[in-house]
Each structure stands twice: as structure tokens, then as C-alpha cells.
Design a binder for this molecule. Structure first.
Ligand code: DGL
Length: 217
């Protein structure tokens, strides 16, 4: 089984690691599209052209039989059209884990994601479908965070701290759950946790891995 995985950089590797645990026998091709990072600040047409090109290469050149979009932005904005354009290929997407957070006992939930994801119809629908009575779900766009992580992690974490401070300093700290709605954010969990000490940080990576496994069966 050949599985193609892509993201705008290394964020999607957090997804890839989970899938490898579930399906260790597959062969993987991972595209880290650093050149086009950040996806979250591109218009729909530009983003679709970029991801369609990657998917075409994964299918035609790498012979990928399943495509995993290890990126919330590309999933929320492009997966529908990709499924139409590549009807013979199964796609597994990455969506903000709103359902997981809403099904927990959290009363106050914050979703952090790129502007592209925050303003997507899909996220609006996820909130509408999953929000429970008495539950607050707030959304916060984090422009510049994914690329700051992509280009600074391990080299200059101070830049990431500075960006987080800029984005989060005015935000309430008393959330019970924070959804990491961008795969890059999973790479800096401890840095985000410092702002929300009582919150459970949630990503959907394990669910994606189980979904890939189920497709193979
Ligand atoms: N890691 C991606 C996501 O999950 C994309 C970040 C970006 O390039 O803006 O949304």
C-alpha cells in the first residue's frame, strides 16, 4: 500500500507519525510544501491549484493509492473539489477536532487555526453540528503562526514565543479545551499549554490514523 501525505511543511508530520503507528507496513511519500507555506493565508483558487498539483504528482509519480491531507486548511477548503476531480482516489482529511472537544466535558472551548480554516464554511458547520447546550466554542484565527513555526522551530523558539504572545495576550486563559486546528500547532504543544494551563489541548491525529487503517481493511 502506498500512501501519499502532504502539508505546507512539517506540521503534517505529526499526522504522519500517528498513521505510521497504525499502518506500519505501508510505504509513505510525504510532501512538505515549504515553498508555498503558509496555506492559511492564500485565496481559494491559488490554494486549490497548489494542492491539485501535489495530489497529481503523488498519484501519477509516486503511485499513491490513498491521499492524506495532513493540513486543516487544505482539507476545509479543498477536499470537496479534490474528491470530485480525483474520484478514484480515497482522501482522508484533517479537520479541527471540534467534535472531540464538544463530546468531552469541556464547557469553554477555543479553536485555534489559520485564517483560512477559521473562515471556512466547514468549520462553521462543525461548530453548528457539535456544540452542546451550555457550551461556548470560540474561534481564533492565528495569522502568521504556522509559518513562524515552520521557519523557526528549533532555530529560534523566541520568535514563536513572540508570535504567540502577540496572538494570545488578550485572550481569556480559562478554557477547558483548546483545539489545535492547524497541524503545525501540534509541534509546539508545550508552548501553547503555557497560556492555557488548565486546558486539554486536542488534535484529531489519532482519529485520522484510525480512518486510514479502516480504509486499508
Ligand atoms: N499545517 C496546516 C494546517 O493544518 C497549514 C498551515 C499553513 O500553511 O498556513 O492548517
Amino acid at each position: 500500500m502506498i500512501i501519499g501525505v502532504f502539508d505546507s511543511g512539517m506540521g503534517g508530520k505529526t499526522v504522519l507519525e500517528e498513521i505510521k503507528k497504525e499502518v506500519p507496513s505501508a510505504r509513505y511519500y510525504y510532501v512538505a510544501d515549504k515553498k508555498n507555506c503558509p496555506y492559511g493565508e492564500k485565496d481559494d483558487e491559488t490554494l486549490y491549484k497548489i494542492v491539485k498539483n501535489i495530489v497529481t504528482n503523488l498519484i501519477d509519480t509516486c503511485k499513491a493509492e490513498i491521499i492524506v491531507i495532513a493540513c486543516n486548511t487544505a482539507t476545509t477548503r479543498c477536499i470537496k473539489k479534490l474528491r470530485e476531480d480525483f474520484p478514484d482516489t480515497p482522501f482522508v482529511g484533517t479537520e479541527p477536532a471540534v467534535k472531540l472537544a464538544a463530546n468531552s466535558d469541556a464547557k469553554k472551548i477555543l479553536v485555534l487555526a489559520t485564517p483560512g480554516t477559521i473562515h471556512s464554511e466547514r468549520l462553521e458547520a462543525l461548530v453548528k453540528e457539535n456544540q452542546k447546550d451550555g457550551q461556548t466554542i470560540n474561534l481564533l484565527a492565528c495569522p502568521g503562526l504556522a509559518d513562524t513555526i515552520e521557519f523557526n522551530l528549533d532555530e529560534d523558539n523566541a520568535k514563536i514565543d513572540q508570535k504567540l504572545d502577540e496572538l494570545l495576550k488578550e485572550v481569556d486563559r480559562d478554557y477547558d479545551a483548546v483545539v489545535l486546528g492547524c497541524t503545525h500547532y501540534s509541534l509546539i504543544k508545550p508552548m501553547i499549554q503555557k497560556y492555557f494551563v488548565a486546558a486539554r489541548l486536542i488534535d484529531g491525529n489519532e482519529g485520522i490514523a484510525r480512518r486510514v487503517k479502516s480504509l486499508i481493511k
